[in-house]
Design a binder for this molecule. Structure first.
Ligand code: ARG
Ligand code: ZN
Length: 878
């Protein structure tokens, strides 16, 4: 085993830098294999720093060319340089200029962090610690400075040169084939928001005028040939900018806003000041290559990165432990934007599905961590569902507790008080406290205590006394590093549903703080008594999913079916359906014959046909929990084969029983003549495809033919991909032909072929690993591009539960193999894949033995492991 012991970074060790960087001037002489970076920093000693205290700057794989102070080249003994660090032993006492020249190689930068080339385009990714791969710097978010960037490059191959802020001069460099552009960003910022792009790009532009009348040029740059696929992202950008003015009173603050889409990108996108850089899958869309989900994803991510301009850039984080300060808040903002643009209840359901399928497993396994962690080894491992999605839930709870006006007052104060700051969660919460004169100290535990709270609720009605008593209990299991848990402050939105479906009013209540339909559960156990309840209610708890908890209710199946039909809260109608489905599926997995199954299937049919409900809502209502969801719910000694078999059989039973209902809905659905990604049309397509999937599950000759015809006649990607998935998953006649036809049609469009790879990765197979190995040889696949890896490998790990968790351990062995392989080129991607080991402890003994061996094999491998992979594997084994 060869690996360095990575340092554990702790929140409690936070200290300000001894020097302040007043401004930064950068010159980039771009060359594919040897780019020269000249950095001139104006530095001054911070008050309290001893005169001559060493100046230590971060680096990562850097080659130093020269170093000078106030134009005098430093003697060798005056400094110490390594690829990871530059130390100037005794800097001058007062303000001085440090000039550092480094050389970097964008071509061989396969980590996609720092400066790299993607399809001939120079681009950067600096969050979290990529700037130190460009030049030596205080690469930490609390060092804010004003940046001026001069970019020089070959003019023919790089006609476009982009930087942060506003454009200044641009000219040819006399006597050469090169030109330059200068960009100046007046807003002080940390280095992680630095960006640069150079290349031969196509551009779509639009003019925008802010609420106060300031003109802004909006540009979206893409690889040539993709310029006719940017309409939707531009439209999303304009709507986001208007929305932030209207809802949060936030205007844009530069003359230009540039977006660049590149094809090789580790994450979704990056909010660099005035120059957002995107993974092209979150920019490019047309009806032939993008699904309704892609359109929604683009709208969300474009908005998210734009919203960061205030929550992230104008107010940034003091250190990376505060990541949720910008990410949780910005996810909350993008969720609200989409809710306003589309259907609020449907968006809420979609967000909760995401939270439960990604964050709940994380929080109930070895990778569990608080929304605001206190230690890490590799910060890139903490861009997690917990920080982002649970972080957003915490902001949502603040709004629930304070109400819309109180929330807005707190946000206004936050922007007023902290504009220009590198802040903390404590600063953020203080604004809500001060603006509303209240104490959020109990609530703040949500940021520090990890794990998913389990809430138990048991109701009983006293006919004679006309009282309804609710026994509430909360319990959070121990998580890594936190054995003892304190009770959370859990806001529970609720209704007491009367026999005719209306909420019953109460005259008074004891045992908890209750305000209208909001109850505060603050203790381990509380008994809440409602007076004046005229008839026996069915309690509907946690409406709108008012807190990120797991609710274990003791409602009977009849009561659940009642809520599924009558709850005035659409979210809880959906939740009741899910709860029932999950209970039935677990009993089926255990080989039992569940009570109330027929009544449930009948109710499902009613919901599918209920014209009073949104199409999209009905589509979600029909969706069975995934095999992974069921596995998490079972929680221990999991046998994924049994789950898969039970779920297949139940899908088939629903399909057979409600065949005529689904066929009727399918046939009656009228689709607009031309494709439009709007919410109503998308909802229709979703419901129609959901019906088709049950018809497909019935596996009749007719349904196979119908599915194949749906595929053949599809005039958009949503329908084409939806039908192809049904054909492949249910192995219907025509599946192989459809796969070939899809490939022939889309072989030149990488993002479309990613869908093909992900469907193929999910195909049921006796030897799933052999199938995946074959797919890695396909021309559409490449180990060099993260999107291809996420599609095929990610599709397999997340979507082929039986294949990945195969009892013979072949899935775990394969994951160990590719984790090691990917770690040599791109540690961030390797570690993201390795996180799929996070559920191994929930498996049965047979599987656990194999998973543990595979994890240990990674640590024992004869190669230098990245901190990224090492940290994840060690946490999994802990
Ligand atoms: N700040 C970006 C976003 O959420 C994500 C960047 C993550 N990058 C990384 N290397 N971990 O919009
Ligand atoms: Zn973000």
């Amino acid at each position: 085993m060869r690996s360095e012991t990575a340092q554990l970074i702790k929140l409690e060790d936070y200290k300000e830098t001894p020097y302040v960087i007043e401004n930064v001037s950068l010159v980039f002489k771009l060359q594919p294999e040897a780019t020269e970076v000249i950095s001139t920093l104006t530095l001054s000693r911070r008050e309290g720093t001893e005169v001559g205290a060493p100046l230590e700057l971060d680096g990562d794989e850097l080659t130093l060319v020269s170093v000078a102070i106030d134009r005098a080249v430093l003697a060798e003994e005056a400094y110490e340089a390594s690829p990871k660090k530059l130390v100037v032993h005794t800097p001058p006492a007062d303000t001085f200029k440090l000039e550092v020249v480094t050389k970097v190689n964008p071509t061989t930068n396969t980590k996609l962090e720092g400066l790299y080339l993607s399809q001939g385009i120079y681009c950067t990714q600096c969050e979290a610690e990529g700037f130190r791969r460009i030049t030596y710097y205080y690469d930490r978010p609390d060092v804010l400075s004003v940046f001026t960037t001069r970019i020089e490059a070959d003019k023919a191959t790089n006609p476009i040169l982009l930087g942060n802020g506003n454009p200044k001069d641009a000219e040819d460099i006399e006597g050469t084939d090169r030109h330059f552009a200068v960009w100046h960003d007046p807003h002080p910022k940390p280095a992680y928001l630095f960006a640069l792009v150079a290349g031969d790009l196509a551009c779509t532009s639009e003019k925008y005028t802010t609420a106060s009348g300031k003109p802004v040029d909006l540009n979206i740059y893409v690889e040539k040939g993709n310029e006719d696929r940017t309409d939707w992202s531009m439209d999303s950008l304009v709507r986001s900018m208007r929305w932030d003015e209207k809802v949060f009173g936030r205007e844009y603050d530069l003359d230009v806003f540039n977006i660049v889409a590149v094809s090789a990108f580790n994450m979704g996108a990056m909010e660099n000041k005035g120059l957002n850089i995107f993974n092209d899958k979150f920019i490019l869309a047309d009806s032939d290559t993008a699904t309704d989900m892609d359109y929604e994803g683009i709208e969300t991510v474009v908005a998210h990165e734009y919203f960061h301009n205030w929550t992230g850039n104008r107010i940034t984080c003091r250190e990376w432990f505060q990541l949720c300060l910008k990410e949780g808040l910005t996810v909350f903002r993008d969720q609200e934007f989409s809710s306003d643009e589309r259907s609020r209840p449907v968006k809420r359901i979609a967000d909760v599905i995401r939270l439960k399928s990604r964050q709940f497993p994380e929080d109930q396994g070895p990778l569990s961590h608080p929304v605001r962690p206190t230690e890490y080894k590799e910060i890139n491992n903490f861009y997690t569902a917990t920080v982002y999605d649970k972080g957003a839930e915490l902001v949502r709870m603040i709004k629930t507790i304070l109400g819309a006006d109180g929330f807005r007052k707190g946000m206004d104060l936050y922007f007023e008080r902290h504009d220009g700051d590198a802040s903390t969660i404590e600063d953020f919460l203080k604004c809500f406290e001060d603006a509303n004169q209240l104490d959020l100290s109990h609530f703040s535990l949500w940021y520090h205590q990890s794990g998913t709270p389990f809430v138990k609720a048991n109701g009983s009605y006293d006919e004679a006394a006309k009282t309804f008593t609710l026994e509430l209990e909360q319990n959070t299991a121990a998580t890594p590093g936190q054995d003892e848990k304190k009770p959370f402050f859990i806001p529970i939105r609720f209704g007491l549903v009367g026999p005719n479906g209306d909420d019953l009013a109460y005259t008074s209540v004891e045992g908890a703080h209750v305000d209208g339909d909001l109850l505060h559960l603050t203790e381990d156990k509380q008994t809440v008594v409602f007076q004046g309840i005229g008839s026996k209610p069915v309690p509907s708890l946690l409406r709108e999913f008012s807190a990120p908890v797991k609710l274990e209710s003791t409602l009977s199946r009849e009561d659940q079916i009642f809520l599924m039909r009558h709850d005035i809260d659409p979210f809880n109608r959906w939740q009741a359906t899910q709860t029932l489905m999950t209970e039935l599926l677990i009993e089926l997995t255990n080989g039992e014959e569940p009570a109330g199954k027929d009544a449930f299937i009948e109710a499902l049919g009613h919901m599918a046909e209920d014209e009073n409900l949104d199409y999209a809502f009905r589509g979600f209502g029909l969706m069975l929990p995934s095999e992974q969801d069921i596995a998490l719910e079972i929680g221990k000694e999991v046998d994924t084969d049994a789950i898969g078999k039970a779920r297949d059989a139940f899908s088939k039973e629903i399909g057979v029983t409600l065949y005529d209902t689904f066929k009727r809905i399918y046939d009656a659905m009228e689709m607009p003549a031309t494709f439009s990604p709007d919410a109503l049309s998308a909802g229709k397509r979703a419901l129609k495809l959901r019906c088709l999937s049950y018809l497909g599950a019935a596996q009749t000759k007719e349904s196979a033919a119908l599915t194949k015809a749906h595929f053949d006649n599809a005039d958009n990607m949503t329908d084409r991909m939806g039908a192809l998935t049904v054909l492949v998953i249910w192995q219907l006649a025509g599946a192989q032909d459809a796969l070939k036809a899809f490939e022939a049609r889309h072989k030149d469009t990488a993002l479309a072929m990613d869908k093909w790879l992900s469907i193929a990765a999910r195909a049921p197979s006796e030897d799933a690993i052999a199938a995946i190995r074959t797919l890695t040889e396909h021309p559409a696949f490449s180990w060099d591009n993260p999107n291809r890896i996420y599609a095929l490998i990610g599709g397999f790990l997340g979507g082929n539960t039986r294949g990945f968790h195969a009892a013979d351990g072949s899935g775990y062995d394969y994951l160990a193999e590719i984790t090691l392989q990917l770690d040599k080129t791109n540690p961030q991607v390797a570690s993201r894949m390795a996180k799929s080991f996070g559920t191994w402890k929930n498996m049965n003994a047979e599987r656990r033995v194999k998973a543990e061996a595979a994890l240990k094999r990674i640590l024992a491998a004869d190669q230098q492991l990245s901190t990224d992979v090492k940290e994840i594997v060690e946490l999994c084994l802990d």
